[in-house]
Design a protein around this ligand. Structure first.
Ligand code: T5A
Length: 212
């Protein structure tokens, strides 16, 4: 066990906002500052959780029930926390994660319309008191995000949802950011990538200052 627990940083946003592209700027900043970290993603991050991810994102002949989707997301998360996140944090490493439970509130709660109270109960059951220390939310009009995402190839099961679904997801993220301004920083992801990078690094430094 390390003297000081690592920090838990998450990157969030709807489809195609640029999370994968921008997460490298975050890890480069940590490396420049000699901070040990692990990089992970949800759903996924371990062998079993990655298998659950495939199940979640594949297009099946049988429609997936909304409750199955919610429980699978948390099943993958339970595995990820126990096998990766908690051991890294306990060892003093930082954890940088592409999506975490805010995505469940945004997609399954706001997007699908599942009860936010039920999601909170699962959050407590699966995570105990574990919450991200800092969350950066990339915000973008869903039509632009989907265009960016669809340029990359075939759309997965969730990406095939209607535009209205992604508008609700975006609103979900904005509501979360409003409710928790200390933890969540919102970046305008519609700007050119160089500008997004500068804004992100500024937000990161500002957000991390309170942990120094
Ligand atoms: N999910 C996940 C749930 O429903 N519940 C949950 O609890 C969790 C954890 C996961 C899916 O699972 C769902 C949400 C998702 O549907 P994912 O791969 O993590 O899937 O998420 P995606 O949103 O599908 O990730 P993407 O890879 O599509 O989007 P990114 O990473 O946000 O976008 P990125 O970086 O690949 O960029 C997309 C394109 O845009 C360009 C990039 O070069 C790239 O080509 N781009 C820009 N272009 C112009 N200007 C900029 N500023 C740009 N930034 C990026």
């Amino acid at each position: 066990m390390a003297d000081k627990r690592g920090l838990f940083l998450t990157l969030e946003g709807a489809e195609g906002v640029g999370k994968s592209t921008n997460i490298g700027f975050i890890t480069a900043h940590l490396e420049e500052n000699g901070i040990e970290y692990i990089l992970s993603r949800e759903p996924g991050g371990t062998l079993i959780a990655e298998e659950i991810r495939e199940l979640l994102l594949a297009v099946h002949d049988e429609p997936m029930s909304e409750l199955s989707e919610l429980l699978l997301v948390f099943a993958a998360r339970a595995q990820h926390i126990e096998a990766q996140i908690e051991p890294a944090l306990a060892a003093g490493k930082w954890v940088v994660c592409d999506r975490f439970t805010d995505a469940t509130f945004a997609y399954q709660g706001y997007g699908r319309g599942l009860s936010l109270e039920k999601i909170e109960q699962l959050q407590t059951m699966v995570q105990g008191t574990l919450r991200p220390d800092l969350t950066i939310i990339l915000d973008l009009d869903p039509s632009v995000g989907m265009e960016r995402a669809s340029n990359r190839g075939e759309l997965d099961r969730i990406e095939q949802e209607q535009q209205s679904f992604f508008h609700r997801v975006r609103q979900g993220y904005l509501d979360i950011a409003k409710a928790e301004p200390e933890r969540c920083l919102v970046i305008d992801a519609s700007k050119p990538l160089e500008q997004v990078k500068l804004d992100l690094l500024k937000a990161l430094k500002q957000g991390l200052a309170k942990f120094a």
